[in-house]
Ligand binder design. Structure first.
Ligand SMILES: Cc1ncc(COP(=O)(O)O)c(C=O)c1O
Length: 420
């Protein structure tokens, strides 16, 4: 679970009342609990200990350098999907030998940078990408280690935007295509195909689709070995779901108990790529009420965080618990939408919520926003991106200062100067 607890009617992050953080740093504010972050990493590590996997934290979930450093210090590797994420993991001091690189659109410069850095392997998503990696590695007189990402065509029963392992999705290769591409890879001088990779989606609350996918991958591994391919790695991707509302995801232990018996007989080194499971419940977004607007059917609680700070409700219809961080007013619960200030009807943090009476200045917590929260934030409506604070016990550190308008305008003013 997590280290955000209500004590005597007030929300604490570890040992700090979150209102003290709001007073010091303002809102919107992302607050993370270090103890929660690390305990979730350790849950996976412990559950899968019998296979000593390399746990490559999925940087896209929350790419703040301090979060990356905390996890790297625990021995985590990193799963990256862009040249930018490569720079982040390098800046955070993550050894390149613990970095894997997925994504359908890797550019030539991105491939070259990753080869120069000496990453563990690329997770290859298509035939032209494999050819490109072979070509770039050849120019650099290197051999690139690759795993082929298999699309096992299983439905992870999650939101359509975060399912990735069916044949309708752009990711990975079908099993017949992968067989052909492994054959091709053997003829290429500058790639070494060392593994198979899958990632079937995100916020998956049942182990069943993983078991279906792993069974298909096991058959493929047998076929590849019979054809003489020397495989070393099986990368099972990420996707393990968390509790936002009333979900009942399997625990890390139950998950491992179910999948380990399928993986162990393959004799391959296991890689995992969890993102949300590690960081999702380690963060909350704090936001201040600006206005309460009475409508005909319900009220609108207008807050200072919007879809630019947290896009998950708008993009995925994701549910996040929302509640006042301190019970200050009594009265009947009221039906309301919690909305942001952005000029879009899709700008909401929660719809049809029952909240106690609220007024200007009250602070709300939007729970379980550590993953795909700040990482997906934007400057839409020229809004400044929030600050981030990491709490450890009774200490709090700003791990990203609040953006200023000067930060936002810098690239545009710089561009104007460069033109002169
Ligand atoms: C290749 C890959 N691995 C891992 C992840 C992490 O997923 P999650 O945060 O659900 O664990 C993603 C997320 O989209 C991904 O694309």
């Amino acid at each position: 679970m997590d280290e955000f607890k209500v004590r005597q009617g007030e929300l604490f992050c570890e040992e700090i009342p979150v209102l003290a953080l709001v007073k010091k740093y303002g809102t919107p504010l992302y607050v993370y609990s270090r103890a929660t972050l690390l305990s979730h990493f350790h849950k996976i590590q412990t559950a899968f200990a019998p296979l000593s996997p390399l746990i490559c934290y999925s940087v896209k979930a929350n790419s703040n350098l301090s979060i990356l450093k905390e996890l790297a210090a625990q021995g985590a590797g990193m799963d990256i999907v862009s040249g930018g994420e490569l720079v982040r993991v390098q800046t955070a001091g993550v050894p390149a030998a613990r970095v894997v690189y997925a994504g359908v659109g890797k550019t030539r410069p991105e491939i070259a940078e990753a080869l120069r850095a000496g990453i563990l392997m690329f997770n290859v998503e298509s035939e032209p990408e494999l050819q490109r990696i072979n070509h770039v590695a050849g120019q650099m007189k290197k051999v690139a280690r690759v795993a082929l990402r298999i699309n096992p065509d299983v439905d992870a029963k999650t939101h359509q935007y975060i399912t990735t392992g069916t044949k309708e999705n752009k990711f990975g290769l079908s099993i017949p295509m992968a067989l052909g591409l492994f054959r091709e890879a053997r003829k290429m001088k500058h790639v070494s195909a060392v593994g198979v990779h899958m990632h079937i989606g995100s916020q998956i609350t049942s182990v069943t689709p993983y078991l279906q996918a792993l069974k298909r991958l096991s058959v493929l591994v047998d076929e590849l070995r019979a054809a003489g391919h020397a495989l070393e790695y099986l990368n099972m991707g990420g996707g393990m779901g968390i509790i936002y509302d009333e979900e009942q995801p399997q625990t890390a232990d139950a998950f491992a108990r179910a999948v380990v018996p399928l993986i162990r007989p393959l004799g391959l080194k296991l890689i995992l790529e969890p993102g949300r499971f590690i960081v999702g419940n380690a963060g909350v977004l704090l936001t201040s009420v600006q206005y309460v607007k009475r409508g005909h059917v319900k009220s609108f609680v207008i807050v200072d965080a919007g879809m630019n700070d947290l896009i998950r409700p708008s993009l995925y219809h994701a549910h996040h618990q929302i509640f006042p961080v301190k019970k200050s007013r009594s009265g009947r619960l009221q039906l309301c939408d919690v909305v942001g200030p952005i000029c879009e009807s899709g700008d909401f943090l929660g719809k049809d919520r029952h909240l106690p009476p609220l007024a200007e200045g009250d602070v709300l917590a939007v729970r379980s926003t550590g993953a795909y929260g700040m990482a997906m934030a934007s400057n839409y409506n020229s809004r400044l991106r929030a600050a981030e604070v990491l709490v450890s016990g009774s200490k709090a550190a700003v791990i990203r200062r609040r953006e200023t308008m000067a930060d936002v305008l810098a690239t545009e003013l710089g561009a104007a100067k460069a033109k002169k």
